[in-house]
Design a binder for this molecule. Structure first.
Ligand SMILES: NC(=O)c1ccc[n+]([C@@H]2O[C@H](COP(=O)([O-])OP(=O)(O)OC[C@H]3O[C@@H](n4cnc5c(N)ncnc54)[C@H](O)[C@@H]3O)[C@@H](O)[C@H]2O)c1
Ligand SMILES: N[C@H](CO)Cc1c[nH]c[nH+]1
Ligand SMILES: [Zn+2]
Length: 437
């Protein structure tokens, strides 16, 4: 079933704001059911550990096992996969890994400190996280690229132990995913997915070690579970169903734009693909390309569902208005398919990643451009950033007063502490004052 009925909107028509809000929002009933189900799964995993994880894996991934050991892939199995995949796949994984590593090495932050005139030392100590969990999606497609995007920044940061989870529906293991884990240096791999995998990493089970932070993208169950366990562990962001927003001046081949919209729609029925253009005839041409091309797509049904339920072709007055609408949406991926993409990029404030110019297909960013493809979705690009080395490093403040510094700032602290009525604070500072002054 590849029939598509795609929403057409005009930014100048009455009611556009409400229509856009409806387009971006999740259906309330979906939201409610997902929240209920995720809370139930997390509660069971916290209470019953491995037993609950195995039950949910049987239920949601149709994978029955007698023991948790069957859900762990050994390092030997990862190496075997690396040896077994065809040479072109191994070369492509290694080429992508090199680009991703190289890009992320530039993000590493080092410790720093400086000294005041009185010898007081102040600074920041940067430390990698001890143990992280990386979620690699696997329900509707296999994502070796997400293994690299999650694990390599953690490696660059110096994380001591990386635990990967990936669902393998019906026990079908993807060798490229395991090979990518070998290339990236992942320490342990469990074939678990969904909220049960997130719960296992957050709370720990008899077999799965609890981690300090969970990163990585996933469907709505995974994104909701990460939100729920935040606080028990750190999370990177909400990286849910994929999104693409294309702004086009009407001069790019409509087939290219249709395929760019498909590229994210094919991930998930809940993915969102939107096109903005000031050219109404171009919107018609892209709609015609969509209808022509969808029947040629292997994942045509997912694309048709996604474009019908969550897609839109929106006419805007001009590119300035396109930038305004885009900033309201704060998309995960934003393609600027226009003559002067740099000028338009100046007007963009919120987007996970910005793809500049007609030749920059978002798909290249998904695999091998270098920047991370784990990006904030659902408008969270207003306050979140791409996954990066900084997500795997934390900072501790360094404070070392000299005797002179303790005297000078101790007097300030004493006044402030007494103002707050906290006498122990005041006296602790006062003990260290120069008593001759
Ligand atoms: N934002 C990003 O950076 C980014 C990157 C890559 C992929 N993605 C997105 O990741 C998602 C991958 O989704 P996927 O489904 O292929 O794999 P997934 O691994 O995210 O989800 C599969 C799991 O969902 C759980 N699940 C499925 N139906 C359920 C139900 N009814 N109740 C409870 N749990 C259920 C199962 O446990 C299953 O293991 C897509 O939405 C894709 O767009 C996002
Ligand atoms: N587009 C996804 C991020 O939303 C990443 C991906 C992996 N493979 C293909 N695409
Ligand atoms: Zn993609």
């Amino acid at each position: 079933m590849t029939d598509i009925s795609i929403t057409r909107l005009s930014a100048s028509e009455a009611g556009f704001d409400d229509a856009l809000n409806r387009l971006l929002a999740w259906d309330d009933s979906v939201d409610h059911q997902v929240n209920e189900s995720v809370r139930h799964i997390l509660g069971e995993v916290k209470l019953r550990g491995d037993a609950a994880v195995m039950e949910f894996t049987a239920k949601f991934d149709q994978l029955e096992v007698a023991s948790m050991a069957e859900l762990e892939m050994s390092q030997a199995r990862l190496e075997q996969a690396l040896e077994r995949i065809p040479a072109d796949q191994r070369d492509a994984l290694e080429a992508a890994a090199d680009r991703i590593r190289d890009y992320h090495q530039r993000q590493r932050q080092d410790s720093w400190q400086y000294e005041d005139a009185d010898g007081t030392v102040l600074g920041q100590k940067v430390t990698p996280l001890d143990r992280v969990g990386i979620y690699v999606p696997g329900g509707k497609a296999a994502y070796p690229s997400s293994v690299l995007m999650n694990a390599l920044p953690a490696k660059v940061a110096g994380v001591a132990e990386i635990i990967m989870v990936v669902p393998t529906p019906a026990g079908v293991v993807n060798d490229m995913v395991l090979a990518a884990a070998a290339i990236a240096g992942v320490d342990r791999v469990f074939t678990l997915g969904g909220a049960q995998a997130v719960g296992a990493l957050a709370y720990g089970t008899e077999t799965v070690p609890a981690v300090d932070k969970i990163v990585g993208p996933g469907n709505i169950f995974v994104a909701t579970a990460k939100r729920e366990v935040f606080g028990t562990v750190g999370i990177d962001m909400i990286a849910g169903p994929s999104e693409i927003l294309v702004i086009c001046d009407g001069q790019t081949d409509p087939d290219w734009i249709a395929m760019d919209l498909f590229s994210q729609a094919e991930h998930d029925e809940q993915a969102q693909s939107i096109l903005l253009s000031p050219d109404a005839a171009f919107l018609d041409a892209v709609e015609a390309s969509i209808r022509k091309l969808v029947v040629t797509m292997e994942r045509g049904e997912i694309i048709a569902r996604s474009l019908t339920d969550r897609g839109a072709l929106i006419q805007v007055k001009d590119l300035d208005e396109a930038a305004e609408v885009s900033n309201r949406i704060a998309p995960e991926h934003l393609e600027l398919s226009v003559a002067d993409p740099q000028a338009l990029a100046e007007k963009i404030r919120h987007a996970g990643a910005i793809f500049l110019g007609r030749y920059t297909a978002e798909a290249l960013g998904d695999y091998c451009a270098g920047p991370n493809h784990v990006l904030p979705t659902s408008g969270t690009a207003r306050f979140s950033s791409p996954l990066g080395v900084y997500d795997f490093q934390k900072r501790s403040s360094l404070i070392g007063f000299s005797a002179a510094g303790a005297d000078r700032m101790g007097r300030v602290a004493s006044v402030l502490a007494r103002g707050e009525g906290l006498t122990a604070h005041a006296r602790s500072a006062e003990y260290r004052l120069d008593q001759d002054q």
